[in-house]
Design a protein around this ligand. Structure first.
Ligand SMILES: Cc1cc2nc3c(=O)[nH]c(=O)nc-3n(C[C@H](O)[C@H](O)[C@H](O)COP(=O)(O)OP(=O)(O)OC[C@H]3O[C@@H](n4cnc5c(N)ncnc54)[C@H](O)[C@@H]3O)c2cc1C
Length: 424
């Protein structure tokens, strides 16, 4: 198994952007070149603002270039729970904004001709048990009440749509779809550059200050000033002082991709190419890419102690889920860090005058990152907080972060050590 990210191999050309050097003035500084930062840069540049986006590594280095590529409508949290947590009115507003997330993503892809393997055949949330099925029924009911045309599939239709006979049923969400995530974020960055944004790579911001009503961001070689700032570093925050760090729990998630499957398997595994995941306590995701590679993923890191356990489990899991694909070699394996919050709600923190820090999509960042980045730009343009999908807060403290991180990783390792040992 090669320890490499498939998306790097199939995303096309990297964004052409150099290091930031010298004194730069802009209307807005954006720190971080993922979905959030690039969507904000695009929206601001379209509106005629001068934008300086500083990315520590390369565009898409963070979660945006490593994820599964499921463009979901809404959060991990059920819509009803969002409304209980935030109150009916604020919760409905967030639910509505994120339900439209896939529309925003696929509209940008079309408008800017982003070549990122877009597929809008929906997603399948698959029930691994009767309790998982009950949760899907509840979720489907809540989506339908809010006007979404989702559909529950019985066991046989789920088997036909997934090619796997392990699931009791599934929730088909036709609002959703899949993309090649790294190609999408690079496409957003290129569109922003075409609209006049300045995007820099290899530019780690190591200090941010506000004085004389101006934000100053410094890298090793540059000093950038602007009157507004967006911090979009999420789970990949580096270089800046601890006080600026997004308060999130880092949850590792890994994926392995086979080589392109032969025609017969491609016709039976996810024949309509929905992206899928399941209701298991340590969930499994599975999808195909445009070249017919099957990509399977789960919670865990391939860079930590449990790596060999996770790799052995995914081998067994593939054989169990798709016996006809037994023994298929995995050509790629990679992991990434998801920014979780305990309440599973994203955060917008007002870190100062015309300055926001945005993070914590809890595993749902393609739609939300696009929506939140775009909305942050609108807010900076209008000054109206109502333009944000969720009210900004002044501080957020995520308790016991390290302990939770360790327990997630340990839990996933134990689960993968013990589970799925029955291969037919
Ligand atoms: C393995 C995995 C699977 C996932 N699957 C899905 C999925 O299927 N669907 C979905 O919707 N979401 C998924 N997610 C979540 C989604 O990828 C993230 O929520 C999203 O990418 C966050 O985007 P972002 O722009 O906020 O942050 P990121 O993409 O993480 O970008 C942050 C950027 O900030 C840069 N940075 C950090 N510090 C500095 C600094 N000091 N100076 C300059 N730059 C800095 C980093 O280099 C990084 O590029 C997944 C995440 C992972 C990791």
């Amino acid at each position: 198994m090669i320890s490499a990210n498939l998306w790097e191999r199939t995303a096309g050309d990297p964004v052409e952007a150099s290091q930031c050097v010298g004194e730069v003035k802009a209307d807005v500084i954006i720190i971080g070149g993922g979905f959030t930062g690039c969507a904000a840069a695009l929206q601001l540049a379209r509106a005629g603002s001068t934008v300086c986006l500083l990315e520590a590594n390369t565009v898409g280095h963070g979660g945006s270039g490593r994820n599964v590529g499921l463009v979901n409508a809404g959060l991990w949290l059920e819509p009803e729970k969002v409304e209980v947590a935030l109150g009916r009115s604020a919760g409905s507003k967030l639910n509505a904004a994120l339900a439209a997330g896939p529309d925003s993503v696929f509209a940008l892809i079309e408008q800017y001709g982003i070549a990122c393997q877009p597929n809008r055949s929906g997603t399948l949330h698959c029930a691994h048990s009767t309790s998982g099925w009950s949760r899907l029924e509840r979720r489907a009911n809540q989506y339908c009440k809010r006007g979404a045309r989702v559909r529950l599939l019985a066991r046989e239709e789920t088997r036909v749509k997934t090619g796997c006979d392990q699931y009791i049923g599934a929730l088909l969400d036709p609002r959703a779809g899949t993309i090649q995530p790294l190609a999408y974020v690079r496409g957003l960055a290129n569109a922003a550059i075409a609209q006049g944004a300045s995007v820099y790579q290899g530019s780690v911001v190591h200090s941010v200050e506000y004085h004389n009503q101006v934000w100053w961001a410094r890298t090793a070689q540059a000093c950038v000033q602007a009157d507004a700032l967006i911090l979009a570093t999420n789970a990949y925050h580096q270089g800046l002082p601890i006080s600026a760090r997004p308060q999130c729990i880092q949850l590792s998630f890994f994926q392995c991709a086979t080589r392109p499957l032969h025609a017969e398997l491609r016709d039976t595994i996810l024949p309509e190419r929905q992206g899928a995941w399941d209701t298991a306590p340590v969930m499994t995701s599975f999808r195909m890419d445009a070249e017919g590679r099957l990509i399977v993923g789960a919670v865990g890191s391939l860079e930590k102690m449990g790596a060999s356990i996770h790799q052995a489990w995914i081998r067994r899991k593939l054989d169990l889920m798709f016996p006809a694909a037994r023994g298929q070699a995995f050509d790629y394996a990679w992991s990434g860090r998801i920014a979780m919050t305990v309440d599973h709600l994203p955060k917008i923190i007002k870190i100062g005058q015309r300055a926001l820090s945005i993070y914590g999509y809890s595993g749902r960042g393609i739609g939300p990152g696009t929506v939140f980045g775009t909305a942050a730009a609108m807010y900076l343009l209008s000054g109206d907080e109502d333009d944000l999908p969720i009210a900004p807060i002044h501080a957020h403290d995520e308790k016991l972060r390290k302990l939770r991180q360790v327990s997630y990783e340990l839990g996933a390792s134990v689960f993968h050590l013990l589970r799925d040992r029955r291969v037919k």
